[in-house]
Ligand binder design. Structure first.
Ligand code: SF4
Ligand code: SF4
Length: 239
């Protein structure tokens, strides 16, 4: 029996292979599913739930859910897009995001997802948590106010860099990223070239002295919506 079969995504029939996730099969077919914690170079985690789709009527994370023969996936479905919009809105109000003065603006995946989903303001009250900024490393800034707890830095440091510099600490609203060494952030364990430094989707881990090299207005998502590298969705922005 062949390990290839078809699935349907929003009515479109695409090829899929046994062992692929929905995210992998759709990506290969040029269909973009929004995501935040997922990253092509990292093991899927399924924690942010932005990539939630309906698969055979059940809500699942596309980055971890394996495809099944004849699976029916709904990605651009009003219910699914409403869930995503809520999740994105909650991420904005849980942290302190002041995009106009953020070094990551225009290169930020959270901001770009907000734009893709037609968000110009949030309907929820902002929590304005008090969070620290760690500038102790000579080359790297850790800005907890913008962290969305996606865990990319944790997985990249552990699985790619082999260092385990970052880890999660605390619970609930106090959950945060911390430096997993007895020393501080400037511990020689963290290097500018580390994968953990380049995978942050927002402006929480930043290379110092680098972020205004490309002016605001000429950055990655300033002209092309997020996901354009996978799928052209100029004409059907999520609303
Ligand atoms: S991290 Fe992104 S969403 Fe947050 S302030 Fe910076 S640009 Fe805005
Ligand atoms: S610091 Fe960045 S990569 Fe790490 S958990 Fe926070 S948002 Fe994700």
């Amino acid at each position: 029996m062949t390990d290839s079969f078809t699935i349907r995504v929003d009515g479109r029939v695409i090829e899929a292979r046994q062992g692929q996730t929905i995210m992998e099969a759709t990506e290969q077919a040029g269909i973009y599913i929004p995501r935040l914690c997922d990253h092509p170079d990292l093991r899927a985690h399924g924690s942010c739930r932005i990539c939630t789709v309906l698969a055979n009527g059940r809500s699942v994370a596309a980055c971890t859910q394996p495809v099944e023969r004849d699976m029916e996936v709904k990605n651009r479905h009003p219910r699914v897009e409403a869930w995503r919009r809520q999740l994105i809105a909650m991420l904005f109000v849980e942290g302190n995001h002041f995009c106009p003065c953020c070094e990551k603006s225009g290169n930020c995946e959270l901001q770009a997802l907000g734009y893709l989903h037609g968000m110009t303001a949030t309907q929820h009250p902002h929590l304005f948590p008090r969070r620290a900024v760690d500038g102790s490393h000579p080359d790297i800034l850790l800005e907890h106010n913008r962290c969305v707890l996606c865990g990319r830095c944790v997985r990249a440091s552990r699985d790619v860099d082999g260092k385990q510099v970052f880890q999660f600490a605390g619970r609930g609203l106090n959950r945060h990223i911390t430096v997993n060494t007895e020393a501080q952030l400037d511990h020689p364990g963290l290097d500018l070239k580390d994968k953990a430094v380049s995978v942050c989707p927002v402006g929480a881990i930043l290379k110092k002295h680098k972020h205004y090299g490309v002016p605001v207005g000429e950055r990655k998502f300033d002209h092309d919506p997020i996901g354009s590298d996978v799928e052209s969705h100029d004409q059907d922005k999520v609303t």
